[in-house]
Each structure stands twice: as structure tokens, then as C-alpha cells.
Design a binder for this molecule. Structure first.
Ligand code: BG6
Length: 492
């Protein structure tokens, strides 16, 4: 089966932070793949912007080196590499100074009316300055749009400042707040599973679902991002955005149509229905951890404080928490979320744990009747498993077995699953904001996170230590086991 590629309109994409890690590791490789399969028209241009003086040629060489790994992984892309690099240009600009902006604006506007995308892959401290200059030079007009990366603030108040500044240059429909988790294949599939099948929706409520688990576990540590990470921590870096967005996709009501505002209205209702976790509840409902030295992927790794080179950081590299959605559908159904760095495995998954059958008709010798689970794996090995009870095959007494109906997307479809950024970048060019966060969603997410942060700040204890390569502090296990449940482990 092959995926159908619909070319987008010609565009100019300007990447602020064009020499940065995100641009070189995700954005440009994603654009290259889309170009190689013919989705990006030949007369489109991609312009990297950063402060270093670089020629177009030097920039192309730098990007070429970054793309070597992409080509190595898929040799069929090689013939398109030179032509892709030809689409690239470079501009040295400082967002805080006037120099060069006039010429830059002239260069872009000389093309006449075409789609212009400004991707702010910079520190959020520069968002305001960049938007002000784009506006001052008339680059926000026509069909121009802006993409902003997280972190959108450190709390509600700082998020409002960023949103106000970006909002004064671009109208809301032209602002694409990216959360790359929404571009992942399985997240899209969650919508398809829920809303394109009659099977699940009648069961998708507190009558049939016991609880939900969302795990985003990483094996990497600080990855040279100390400057950012140590002012953020896992709650701001992962929960405020990625995990809450996944929670919304599971919990939202069916939107009336697959339209941006219809979908985002429903997600917003979920965020607003999250029961607040304040100083009183935080000790019971949340666990923070910080990794110590241990082993990751078979090699010894230092602890967080050693990587950081300081021993006074109280920043959490792990969070587990129990969230509750106070509405009719989800009353009494806990959502257990956990995420962390330097955990045992890289795995992201959503587990819908159904209630057990009300009564077992089987003899005890048949074994326990285990409750059904629907497990959606985002990475690695994207796919869906539906855990069912069946009869153990063969003669003899009836014994039951818990087995997964297993659909691995790679095996089932055998096509390259586009990376989240590939899909989302093309959505920006098409002007489709469905998979991007609206201002009120970001604000509602911060409104729920703020009191947790405040509660943590108000207590003296440091995050709980855990060994690198483990599943986090034992308190995270206790968090769920206290309720008579366990974290899902894939045993098949
Ligand atoms: C980013 C976080 O948003 O997501 C990183 O800032 C994290 O800390 C990354 O490593 C995880 O993304 P993925 O797609 O690798 O799961």
C-alpha cells in the first residue's frame, strides 16, 4: 500500500535558529524527505537565519552534513540531495538589531505574493523581538504565518506575554504553536480509532474504562541542553504540552467535524475540566524524581547533577502524577501520567485499561480473567495492540489466555511513517491548524500546571533520586499501586 502525496503550494520558509539543533536534526531532514517524495514544489525556498556570518554555500554544506545520516538510512534519497540543498539560502541577522532586516525583507518581498512561513526555532526570549521586526518590515502581511516552538513560557504569566507579543503581529489563525506529539502517527490514529469505528466509542467512558496510563519514557539524559532544561524540568518540558495533549486526545468528546476549531474546542474543555492539584494534593498525586548515576543502553552514565556540573539543582527529570477529569464521561477514571529521562527504555504509549467482566463463568482452573487493554504505542514500533482473553488453543480443559491482537504499522503498511515534524510543517504550509495549539489551550494547560509548580516550590524536599536505567523512583510505583493498579508492561 502506498501513501498518496499531494503537493503543497510554493512557499518560502524562513527558519530562525537555522543552524540550531532542532533545525538540523528535525526540520531540515523532515523538509528534505517531503521534497524528495515530490511534495514541495521546485520553486520553494528555505532560508536559514542565525547570527553567525555564513555564506549560502557554507550553510548548504552544514545542512548537507546534517542530512548525511538521513541519506545513509535511506539511500533512495541520495539523488535528490543536491537539488534540495539548492533550495536553501542563508541570512545572518540579529533579532535584536536593525542591521540587515531591510535587505532581508526586500529579498522576500521581491518574490511577490506567496506563502511565507516564519519558523521561530529560537529561545523564546527572542520571539517578541523577531515578531516586532517582522511586523515593522511588513513581513507579517498577506498569507504570512508564524510557527512557535515550546516552551511557550514558564508559567501562565510568561506565556501570556509571549502570546500577546506574537498576537500583535499575527492573527490567531496565522499562529501555529507546535506540539510535535500531535504530529505522531499513532496520535492521528487515536482519532481514527475513536471516531472512525463504532466499536470503541460506546465503551469510552467511566462505565467501561477503569483507568488510563500515558507513559513517555526516554533513555537520553541532558543532551547538551543544560541551559534550557535546568530552568524547565520534566513538568514544563513534557507534561504541560505533550502529555496533556495526549490526555486531551483520549478524553475529548467527538468534535462535530475534523476542523481546527471544532477539535481544539473539545480539547480545551478537557483541559478546563482537569481537577486542580494544589499544595494539599500534590504530595499524594505527584512524584518528582531526578536521576543518579546508573546505566543506559548498556553503558555507565553519570547522574543529572554530574552532567550539570552543579549539585544544588532541584529540577525534576521525572514526573508521575494522577490526573482526574471532572466531567460526566470521566468521573472516577484516573489518568496516570509519567515521563522521565534516563529511564529503562525509550517507549511512549497510551494504555486504556478496561474494567474487568462483572462475573466469571469459568472454573478457577481456567485461570484468571484479565481485563482488556487497548495499548497505542507512539514509539518505537508504532502500532496498536488490543489485549483480549481467548481460549488457550488445543485439547484438554478450558484454559484462558491474555493475548494481544497486534497491529504494527510498519508491518501492516510497510511504508515510511512520516516524522511528526514532516507532517506538521506541511500542515503549516497548507494553513491547517488542527494539530496545533490554540492560545486558550496553552493557557488552560498552564493554569493546571501552575499550582503544581507552586506546591513543589513550597516544600523543602528535593526530587526523589532514581538510578539511571530504572523506571523512576519507587514512589511512582507506589502512586499507582496504592490504587490497586500497576504500570503496564508489555509482556508479549
Ligand atoms: C521535546 C522535549 O519537546 O520532546 C525533549 O523538549 C524531549 O526534552 C523530546 O526529549 C522528546 O521527543 P520525541 O519525539 O523524541 O519523543
Amino acid at each position: 500500500m502506498t501513501a498518496k502525496t499531494v503537493p503543497v503550494d510554493t512557499f518560502d520558509l524562513v527558519i530562525f535558529g537555522g543552524t540550531g539543533d532542532l533545525a538540523l536534526r528535525k526540520l531540515l531532514p523532515g523538509l528534505f524527505r517531503r521534497y524528495a517524495i515530490g511534495q514541495i514544489p521546485e520553486d520553494s525556498r528555505i532560508i536559514g537565519v542565525a547570527r553567525d556570518p555564513l555564506s549560502d554555500q557554507a550553510y548548504r554544506e552544514r545542512v548537507g552534513q546534517a542530512l548525511a545520516a538521513v541519506v545513509q538510512a535511506d539511500a533512495s534519497l541520495q539523488p535528490r540531495l543536491a537539488a534540495f540543498l539548492d533550495r536553501l539560502g542563508y541570512r545572518a541577522l540579529d533579532a535584536t538589531k536593525d542591521a540587515g532586516w531591510h535587505e532581508f525583507a526586500d529579498q522576500l518581498l521581491a518574490q511577490g505574493e506567496r506563502i511565507r512561513v516564519f519558523y521561530l526555532s529560537t529561545s523564546p526570549g527572542l520571539f517578541v523581538a523577531i515578531c516586532n521586526r517582522l511586523q515593522a518590515h511588513g513581513l507579517n502581511r498577506g498569507s504570512a504565518r508564524v510557527v512557535i516552538e515550546k516552551p511557550i513560557g514558564k508559567d501562565s504569566a510568561s506565556a501570556a506575554v509571549i502570546n500577546d507579543a506574537v498576537g500583535s503581529a499575527f492573527s490567531e489563525s496565522r499562529i501555529f504553536r507546535i506540539d510535535h506529539y500531535l504530529g505522531k502517527e499513532t496520535v492521528q490514529n487515536l482519532m481514527a480509532l475513536r471516531f472512525a469505528n463504532i466499536l470503541f466509542e460506546p465503551l469510552w467512558n467511566s462505565n467501561y474504562i477503569d483507568h488510563v496510563q500515558i507513559t513517555v519514557a526516554e533513555t537520553v539524559g541532558l543532551e547538551k541542553r543544560a541551559g534550557y532544561y535546568d530552568t524547565s524540568g520534566a513538568l514544563r518540558d513534557m507534561v504541560q504540552n505533550h502529555l496533556l495533549q495526549l490526555l486531551c486526545m483520549v478524553a475529548m468528546e467527538p468534535p462535530a467535524a475534523m476542523e481546527a476549531d471544532a477539535v481544539r474546542d473539545e480539547k480545551l474543555k478537557v483541559l478546563r475540566a482537569l481537577r486542580p492539584i494544589g499544595a494539599e494534593e500534590a504530595a499524594q498525586m505527584t512524584v518528582r524524581g531526578q536521576y543518579r548515576a546508573g546505566a543506559s543502553n548498556g553503558r555507565a552514565v553519570p547522574g543529572y547533577l554530574d552532567e550539570l556540573g552543579r549539585n544544588d539543582s532541584r529540577i525534576e527529570t521525572f514526573v508521575a502524577l494522577k490526573a482526574e477529569v471532572d466531567n460526566w464521561r470521566w468521573a472516577g477514571v484516573p489518568f496516570y501520567l509519567r515521563t522521565g529521562k534516563r529511564l529503562a527504555e525509550r517507549v511512549s504509549e497510551i494504555v486504556i485499561a478496561f474494567r474487568p467482566v462483572p462475573h466469571s463463568i469459568f472454573e478457577p482452573s481456567a485461570g484468571p480473567v484479565v481485563a482488556n487493554k487497548l495499548v497505542m504505542r507512539l514509539q518505537p514500533d508504532e502500532g496498536v495492540k488490543l489485549w483480549l482473553m481467548i481460549k488457550d488453543p488445543g485439547p484438554g480443559g478450558l484454559r484462558l489466555q491474555h493475548v494481544p491482537l497486534d497491529m504494527s504499522f510498519a508491518e501492516a503498511f510497510g511504508v515510511h511513517q512520516p516524522e511528526a515534524y514532516e507532517r506538521l510543517l506541511m500542515d503549516v504550509v497548507r494553513g491547517n491548524p488542527t494539530l496545533f495549539m490554540r492560545r486558550d489551550e496553552v493557557e488552560a494547560a498552564w493554569n493546571w500546571i501552575d499550582p503544581i509548580l507552586a506546591a513543589w516550590e513550597g516544600v523543602r524536599d528535593a526530587p526523589k533520586p532514581y538510578t539511571a536505567g530504572s523506571w523512576g523512583p519507587s514512589a511512582a510505583v507506589a502512586l499507582i499501586e496504592r490504587d490497586g493498579r500497576t504500570w503496564h508492561e508489555d509482556s508479549a
